[in-house]
Ligand binder design. Structure first.
Ligand SMILES: Cc1ncc(COP(=O)(O)O)c(C=O)c1O
Length: 314
């Protein structure tokens, strides 16, 4: 298959890149304010975007790295608050906070101060194996930072490097729990489970599934990708678990004017979840967990491609 049109389509699917490269971000910026006092108070566009320096860097980077998603290069040291400065000195209002991943803005002074402290720098420099040799400050640090933010009723923390790793490990925890409940006696190392799992076969590697929803994004590793259904381009050519996928309710707004329609829509989707779970159990691959992205969006937006996928499924 010729990949070129796919790559071009993929680039067009990134509203972030499109907004910046078309100058939209800068054009709509004048009324907005920065979250942090800094040198930039308004967008300044000096060159085309990407400018000559970004283009030269793109060519250089293309020699050794994939560049298909690069919109332009950024000068992170000069960026501040909501304002992003590119490699050509253009100052752009970042309407999407990167990909929604920088809610406090660029170079926030409180974040900079916290990261510059020795209690942050020492673990970064020493990179301890936290499971085996945690620093003596670790219990207090976890208890005073993460636990106060945990949803009510959850009192333990498992730390992961990223969203994908967190989801992958949540799947594993759900599978282990499912089998623990099902199994009547503890396993011994000479059991069939121990030997069969080394060959990816049941009973050691059991047939179980995770139910996910059309339109959701949960990561791009092999397990999470089977639960990601936002864009075909993420999944194409990659083997997937044949796990059940249910429709996600598409509500109509304003909510108070569509109460009946929305209730019916939610009922329809819930009925489908039940049906898919029963079908999976009958097929010998019962659902061990359900993963849901309660507010489906990318950079705050439901993209056209996601919507089209959803329509095709209906
Ligand atoms: C809802 C959702 N789940 C999982 C992920 C994957 O997280 P990460 O990119 O940190 O692996 C993302 C990333 O955008 C996400 O938006």
């Amino acid at each position: 298959m010729n990949r070129a049109p796919l790559v071009a389509r993929k680039m067009l699917q990134y509203p972030f890149a499109r907004a910046y490269s078309s100058g939209v971000a800068a054009a709509v910026a004048s009324a907005a304010t920065s979250t942090v006092d800094g040198p930039h108070t308004r967008p300044v566009v000096k060159t085309a975007i990407p400018g000559p320096r970004s283009k030269a860097l793109l060519e250089e980077m293309g020699k050794s790295l994939s560049t298909s998603q690069v919109a332009f290069f950024t000068d992170y040291e000069q960026s501040c608050g909501n304002y992003m400065v590119d490699a050509d000195g253009n100052v752009l209002l970042d309407l999407l906070t990167q990909i929604g991943s920088l809610p406090l803005g660029y170079n926030h002074p409180a974040v900079m101060a916290a990261v510059s402290s020795s209690s942050a720098l020492t673990p970064l420099v020493t990179r301890p194996s936290l499971a085996m040799f945690p620093p003596s400050s670790w219990p207090e640090l976890v208890q005073s930072t993460l636990l106060p933010l945990a949803p009510r009723g959850l009192s333990e923390v498992t730390l992961m490097m990223c969203g994908t790793c967190a989801n992958e490990n949540a799947f594993k925890a759900a599978f282990i729990n499912y089998m623990d409940v099902k199994r009547e006696k503890p396993l011994t190392p000479d059991s069939e489970e121990y030997s069969s799992t080394m060959l990816n076969q049941p009973p050691g590697s059991p047939k179980l599934s995770i139910l996910s929803f059309m339109g959701g994004f949960h990561g791009r590793a092999l397990g999470t990708l089977s639960c990601t259904h936002s864009k075909p381009i993420h999944k194409l050519d990659i083997p997937a678990f044949d796990w059940p996928v249910a429709l996600f309710p598409r509500l109509q707004y304003p909510l108070d004017q569509f109460v009946r329609e929305n209730e019916m829509e939610e009922k329809r989707c819930l009925a489908e979840v039940e049906e898919k779970m029963e079908k999976a159990a009958k097929a010998g691959e019962p659902v061990a967990a359900i993963i849901i992205e309660p507010i489906q969006a990318e950079g705050g937006m439901w993209t056209e491609t996601t919507f089209v996928n959803w329509l095709c499924e209906c």
